[in-house]
Design a protein around this ligand. Sequence first.
Ligand SMILES: [Zn+2]
Length: 247
Amino acid sequence: METKSFSEQNLHFNGFPFHLIRSLRRTLELRVTEEGVFVRAPKMMPEARIFKFIQEKSSWIDRASARLRFRRSVLEKKSYEDKETFFVQGQARTLHINREAGKSGWPRLIPLDNGWQVNLRTGMPEPPEFYVRQMLVRWYQRLAADVLPRNVRMRAEVIGVPTPKVVVKTHKRLWGSCNYRTHILNLNWQLMAFPQKVIDYVIIHELCHLRHANHSKCFWAEVEKYCPSYRQERLWLKAQSHQYILP
Ligand SMILES: [Zn+2]
């Protein structure tokens, strides 16, 4: 059918802006994202009922918005300058920037035991941070492409599912996804910054989706079997991951 099954409105409640999306659903849903506050409601629900719902949830909205603001401020504080800290499998590593004035050649990143050394010459067309980030991202991507498929194979054997094809992807805040039809497991290279048990949890979570394509009780019971600390790792992702990802 071509008829539009949802409508979108920008509203205010007590001076506070939100997007209202009405569709053929039965329940109210509230989401706070970087793009704003979103309320999903059934098509015919009276506005007063929706406002009452927002009123009831106002302190939750405040807390969620404060958390987002805090995350953004952490990321904005981080830069690609000398002595900045980045993480590899949960361990802090230091970036050393060496400015070779007048020397020719493209910037180079040299991995060290406790971090990286970046050689930059002056007078490049882009600001130095641009090259540092680019090289660091590539370094993480290569590490992910090397390490993650091996981890997936190991875990798949333990769980007893066929090993899926692993694709390393760039996402802002999606750590992994799994398509049980195509048998492709997408993993975010930023996982390489996280502690190993968190990486393991994400992989186990996605592999368990090959058995249960949902988040049902059965699914979580399966996850718990292979990752008994999964609640802790989920909490870590929610509360700590923003400090580990690359800005
Ligand atoms: Zn899932």
